[in-house]
Ligand binder design. Structure first.
Ligand code: PGA
Length: 250
């Protein structure tokens, strides 16, 4: 019932030279049985959206400000993402929580702004290695869910990404049992809070997803796709991840 989603987070990577990677993805996946999303840096969003226009690939931002407009140097508003062709926005990524001290309350405010602006909010959660080793993972995820998610989310307006911080960019991934435990916990929390819509909200896994490990991660029932950083930058890496998701969920 939930359609798979393969989402690429380019982070602070990509210039005009990277647009060819998306041309290659577009050619390789003309009628995918899962959704595909690329979130480039803001400077590339307009150009990348022009490349993907009319294709099966959606585009989005990596952050938005809670306000609609104003004196916020360096920030972008939800409506600017829409104006540049984006349909989604990643919010509360652990790198923004660390680099910019974003709190759950700020992530929640940004998510409200995204929804008001008509964007699909991809809200990120995840524990640190210290928290995992202290046995606090589910407590941390529970409190991030409670604090970062606004009321009224639906399967059409929100996506959750579970990204253990210690797995991001490290080549380490949790065991399949650990991924299953957290995704089942998130699903139960979403259903308790949002009812039937909690069944429809997709929950992605993120953190060192590669072509070699994608199939086993996608075999987990409550994993509806992936948020992919490093392996989304090159079509030759991202394309097999999309294909693995199609094989598992398409
Ligand atoms: P990674 O990043 O795939 O490079 O580990 C994932 C993410 O931070 O979204």
């Amino acid at each position: 019932m939930r359609r798979g989603l393969a989402a690429g987070n380019w982070k602070m990577n990509g210039t005009a030279a990277s647009l060819g990677e998306v041309e290659a993805l577009k050619t390789a996946h003309t009628a995918p049985s899962v959704d595909i999303l690329i979130c480039p840096p803001a400077t590339l969003l307009d150009r990348l959206s022009a490349v993907t226009h009319g294709s099966a690939i959606a585009t989005g931002g990596q952050d938005c400000h809670p306000a609609k407009a104003g004196a916020h140097t360096g920030d972008i508003a939800a409506a600017m993402i829409t104006d540049a062709g984006g349909t989604h926005v990643i919010l509360g990524h652990s790198e923004r929580r660390a680099d910019h001290q974003e709190t759950d309350a700020q992530v929640c405010a940004k998510a409200k702004a995204a929804l008001e602006g008509g964007l699909i909010a991809v809200i990120c959660l995840g524990e640190s290695l210290d928290e995992r080793e202290a046995g606090q993972t589910l407590d941390v995820i529970g409190s991030q869910l409670a604090g970062s998610l606004p009321d009224g989310l639906t399967g059409a307006t929100a996506v959750i990404a579970y990204e253990p911080i210690w797995a991001i960019g490290t080549g380490k991934i949790p065991t399949i049992e650990q991924i299953t435990e957290v995704h089942d916990f998130i699903r139960a929390d979403l259903v308790a809070r949002f009812g039937a819509e909690g069944e429809a909200i997709r929950v992605l896994y993120g953190g060192s997803v590669k072509p070699a490990n994608a199939a086993e991660i996608f075999a987990v029932a409550n994993v509806d796709g992936a948020l992919v950083g490093g392996a989304s930058l090159k079509a030759e890496d991202f394309s097999p991840i999309i294909s693995a998701l199609e094989a598992a969920k398409g």
